[in-house]
Each structure stands twice: as C-alpha cells, then as structure tokens.
Design a binder for this molecule. Structure first.
Ligand code: OFO
Length: 170
C-alpha cells in the first residue's frame, strides 16, 4: 500500500496526464481546422501517448492495492494565436509536468518509498525526451521561418515527427 501523501500526489499526476491528453487533442483540433494537417496528426498521436502515461500511473497505483482515482479534468484552451503559440504552450506545459514529476520523485525518496521512486524514473526519462522534442520543434520553426511557404514546410516537418513521436525526433 502506498502512503497517503504519495498516493495523493500520484493521483494528481493521473489528473495532469489526462489534462495533457485533452490539451493536445484540443490543439490537434485547432490545427486541423486551420489547415495544419501535419501538426494536427502529430498532436493527435501525442495525445494518445499522454493517455498511455495516465494509464501507466493508474495501473501502478492499483497494483499496490491502492485506489487510482478518475477525477474531473479542467477544459483545455481551444484558441491559439498561431502555430508557434501552440508549440510554445506545449513546451511550457511539458516543463510544468517535469516539475511535478520531480516533486513526486523527491517525495517518494523522502518517504523511503523506493518502489515508487523506481517507477517514477521512467517519467523522469520521458520528460527529458518530451522537453527535447518540443524544444526541437520550436528550433525547427526558427530555422525554417514562416515567410512564403514557411508555414507549409514547418507543418510538413512536424507531421513527419508523428510517426516517431515516442522515440523523439530523427
Ligand atoms: Fe507529455 O509527458 Fe506526460 O504529460
């Protein structure tokens, strides 16, 4: 069984991963209706990854004999200034997720809950990859730019990442 304070934080992380999935799905929808099919595909696939992150936590909690909770999720933002704004927000969001994971790791260690500490290492590595992935997309935008056919090229490049989203950019 998990200690109450660790269980509470793990359940909050379930909620945050679920929010991440909904946020990226909302972003995918915005991209699709704005003709940005590559980005829409990438964000749709990434939303599915976030659901996997959520389920992984859910299953871990239940395996310990504790109660994984399904809580209400805030509605995500649905309007964005432009494509760069979408990906600036993904990067900011991933940095928030990393900070929450770090807090969880710190708590698990302080509580001598080494099973949770070990379990959470997967998320530590994953957050490193995700921050690098989204920062890489912002860098590509800066290199390609948005002049002329720039937006088309950027969207196409992001679309190519959708098949390798789980491994990071090729
Ligand atoms: Fe995007 O890594 Fe989970 O939230």
């Amino acid at each position: 069984m998990l200690k109450d304070n660790v269980l509470k934080k793990l359940n909050e992380q379930i909620q945050l991963e679920h929010y991440s999935a909904n946020l990226y799905l909302a972003m995918s929808s915005w991209c699709k209706v704005n003709g940005l099919d590559g980005s829409a595909r990438f964000l749709y696939a990434h939303s599915a990854e976030e659901m996997m992150h959520m389920h992984k936590l859910f299953n871990y909690i239940n395996e310990t004999g504790s109660m994984a909770l399904v809580s209400s999720i805030d509605a995500p933002q649905t309007e964005f200034k432009d494509l760069r704004n979408v990906f600036e927000k993904t990067f900011e969001h991933e940095k928030l997720v990393s900070a929450r994971i770090n807090d969880l790791v710190e708590l698990a260690f302080a509580e001598k809950d080494f099973s949770s500490f070990n379990f959470l290492q997967w998320y530590v590595a994953e957050q490193h990859e995700e921050e690098a992935l989204f920062l890489g997309i912002l860098d590509r935008m800066d290199v390609i730019g948005f002049d002329g056919r720039g937006l088309y090229m950027v969207d196409k490049e992001i679309g190519k990442l959708s098949t390798v989203a789980s491994q990071g950019p090729a």
